[in-house]
Write a protein that binds this ligand. Structure first.
Ligand SMILES: [Zn+2]
Length: 279
């Protein structure tokens, strides 16, 4: 796997600062940070959203690989087998049959993004908000539109709509075709957690610009890719993320994919959901 680091992690700046204090402190800091291997301010992802849109669904890394880079995130599984939610270091599969399963570390993923979740802002929604108002109020709280934010919201929902995608067989169809057969679910009066990210528009092609949220119910019985909701009340945590590291897959499906075209229209269709409804 090749790694492309777009921004230096906070660890380095800590070390540089400490060097001015003294070499010994620097060594101590470096040693302790290396031992932890924790870089709170980095979004680490394997593969790109355009590769997923192009139908690159073969495993590029294991969940265990990703959990070394963070305890919080979203993605999907080998062969596009459902929606992925990583919360508190546990990876859940929201499968297209509506079931939630805890997935073992050796499970593969073609696309996943994680960070070590450490909130910089915590605030509450005490009055009901719909999805659009929720997004607008979060955007108002972002210190900048040029950073990445990890978003965790524990909330009560009057209603929430989400989807999952069915496991695919080769030859793989592009994601926009697959999501035409996605399964839509709706729950009412349910507690759960939103897990996901907001990314700037310049991530286009690599990750999802704007909000990308997955849902996991408090009883760990329901979940998927969020399409819409009406929140009764909730507590929101935002984690400012200034580093971004991308691991490009070295598998043939990725290396041979045509990633030259603009897939933003496909992404828009995929993110907003399709016509079929269940539950
Ligand atoms: Zn999703």
């Amino acid at each position: 796997m090749q790694r492309k680091t777009l921004m230096q992690p906070k660890k380095s700046s800590l070390c540089l600062r400490s060097r001015s204090i003294g070499a010994l402190l620097c060594m101590l800091l470096t040693g302790s940070l290396l031992a932890e291997e924790r870089r709170d301010e980095v979004l680490y992802q394997v593969s790109t959203i355009d590769a997923l849109l192009a139908g690159v669904y073969d495993s590029a890394a294991s969940l265990g690989d990703l959990l070394k880079q963070g305890d919080f995130g979203i993605g999907t599984f080998d062969a596009l087998d459902g929606e992925l939610i990583a919360l508190d270091g546990v990876v859940y599969q929201a499968a297209s049959d509506g079931q939630i399963r805890r997935m073992p570390a050796e499970t593969g993923t073609p696309f996943m993004a994680v960070t070590w979740f450490a909130p910089d802002q915590v605030f509450a929604f005490s009055d009901p908000v719909d999805f659009e108002a929720f997004k607008a109020q979060l955007e108002q709280r972002f210190p900048s539109r040029n950073m990445i934010y990890a978003i965790k919201a524990e909330a009560r929902f009057a209603q929430i709509r989400y989807r999952s995608v069915p496991r695919q067989q080769k030859p793989y169809a592009p994601l926009a075709e697959v999501t035409r057969e996605q399964l839509l679910f709706e729950q009412r009066d349910i507690d759960g957690t939103l897990v996901g990210f907001w990314c700037p528009s310049f991530v286009e092609g690599i990750n999802v610009p704007g909000f990308h949220l997955h849902f996991l119910s408090a009883d760990r019985a329901h979940g998927g890719h969020v399409l819409d909701f009406s929140m009764v009340h909730g507590s929101v945590e935002l984690d400012d993320t200034s580093g971004w590291e991308i691991a490009l897959p070295t598998i043939s499906g990725y290396l041979d994919a045509n990633l030259d075209s603009d897939r933003s229209a496909e992404l828009h269709a995929v993110e907003r959901g399709g016509p079929r409804q269940q539950d």
